[in-house]
Structures are given as structure tokens and as C-alpha cells.
Write a protein that binds this ligand. Structure first.
Ligand code: ADP
Ligand code: MG
Length: 207
């Protein structure tokens, strides 16, 4: 079962992983209200157990103002209704984030048990193939070596931008801990934005 987005983010928060400001909206009025609280620009996304790859089908949009928000809301809903019969579709209105996109994943390998994955993320994850795997549980030095083995290690001093890689280590340890404690089949944080804050923008958790 795919966890609804707010539930997935709640679980990450419980393990001290930073999440964006966001809320659910079921109509444009609610979306406008949420966006005013979250502050523009916002990202509008579908939240449906039937839709795993949201942006592939036009179900992720950025809105810089109220007009754009209303059109984004309607187009995300319309695009979603082309692929699911579900009547009660929700939309998530989320804080806009910036930074380098990485992925933290975790799953069960038939032979090895729980494994954790880390690397370059975003919608190009499969293309970049810049990811590494470890068996769970990992310790601090495993987490550091995972970062070291990917392009992410170059980010610490890229163009004077501050990415505190210690916080990436903390996030990796948190996911390792979460996988050992909770009953979870699969988890994907993609993207996790690495900037001044390190924030999970998309969380796919399967129970
Ligand atoms: P999916 O992976 O289901 O297509 P995502 O939520 O990961 O949907 O969004 C797709 C892409 O949109 C992300 O890889 C990222 O580039 C961008 N994106 C998603 N959420 C945000 C956000 N809060 N701020 C900025 N960009 C975002
Ligand atoms: Mg994603």
C-alpha cells in the first residue's frame, strides 16, 4: 500500500528528516488558502495511491501567483483523472525548494535483506546512474563513504554554496533506522534537495 503523501512526510519527520511546508487541497479555494500560508512560489502535485510517477503525466506544476495556482490545480486534476477512476483526488500544495537533487532509497533484497541506496536524484536518476548501495544497518563511516562514492561529495564547496554533508549523513542514518524500526517494504525520497536546508520534496513509501 502506497502511503498518502502527508502520512509519508509525517513518518520522515518522526525521524528528524526535514520536510517542506505543505497541505492538502481538494478545490481551488482551498489551494489558494494553503498557498498563502505556504508562501509563493508553490508546487502543486497530485496525491493518489494510483499515481507513482507524477511529473511524467503532468501532475506536478509550479505556481508563482494565485492565477497560476488555479490553472495548475485544474490541469493537475484533469491530467490525474485521465489515469485514475478514483473520485476523491487530492492535491498537495508544497513549498518551492531549491538545491541539488539527490535520492535516498531503501528496499528489501531477496538475498541480502534491507538495503539503502543513495546518489544523484531528480527525474534523471535512472539516466545519471550515479548511485551506491549498502546493507542496512549502516553506521556513520558507511554513510560518509556512500557520499564519497557519488558526485554529491563534490557539493560541499561548490560555488561557495553551503551544503552541510553532515546533514546528509544524518539523513542516511535516519533512513537506515526507519527501515529497521517500521514495517516498510520500500521507501524513496526523490528528490531530496541539498541546499542550505536538506529537505525531502517527494516521499514514496510502500507498507
Ligand atoms: P514524481 O517523482 O512523482 O514525478 P516529484 O514530487 O518528485 O514527482 O516532482 C518531480 C520533480 O519536480 C522533482 O524531481 C523536482 O525537480 C521538482 N519538484 C518537486 N517538488 C518540488 C519542490 N517542492 N520544489 C521545487 N521543485 C520540486
Ligand atoms: Mg519524485
Amino acid at each position: 500500500m502506497l502511503l498518502p503523501q502527508l502520512k509519508a512526510f509525517e513518518l520522515l519527520k518522526k525521524y528528524n528528516i526535514d520536510v517542506p511546508r505543505m497541505w492538502i487541497a481538494q478545490n481551488t479555494e482551498q489551494a489558494v488558502f494553503v498557498a498563502e500560508n505556504v508562501k509563493y512560489p508553490v508546487v502543486v502535485k497530485i496525491d493518489s495511491p494510483d499515481i507513482v510517477h507524477k511529473s511524467d503525466i503532468g501532475c506536478v506544476r509550479i505556481a508563482y501567483n494565485e492565477d497560476e495556482l488555479k490553472t495548475s490545480f485544474i490541469s493537475v486534476m484533469r491530467n490525474a483523472s485521465k489515469v485514475t477512476k478514483s473520485k476523491n483526488l487530492n492535491v498537495v500544495v508544497q513549498e518551492f525548494l531549491s538545491g541539488y537533487e539527490c535520492i535516498i532509497g531503501a528496499s528489501y533484497d531477496k538475498q541480502f535483506g534491507p538495503v539503502i541506496m543513495f546518489g544523484s536524484g531528480g527525474v534523471m536518476t535512472e539516466l545519471l546512474k550515479n548511485v551506491v548501495f549498502r546493507l542496512i544497518p549502516i553506521n556513520e563511516s558507511d554513510a560518509n563513504s556512500m557520499i564519497e562514492e557519488t558526485n554529491i561529495s563534490k557539493l560541499a564547496n561548490f560555488r561557495g554554496k553551503k551544503v552541510d554533508l553532515n546533514n546528509v549523513v544524518k539523513a542516511l542514518l535516519a533512513v537506515s533506522d526507519l527501515m529497521q524500526t517500521e514495517e516498510i517494504k520500500e521507501l524513496d525520497i526523490n528528490p531530496m534537495f541539498l541546499g542550505e536546508r536538506i529537505v525531502a520534496a517527494d516521499a514514496r513509501i510502500i507498507l
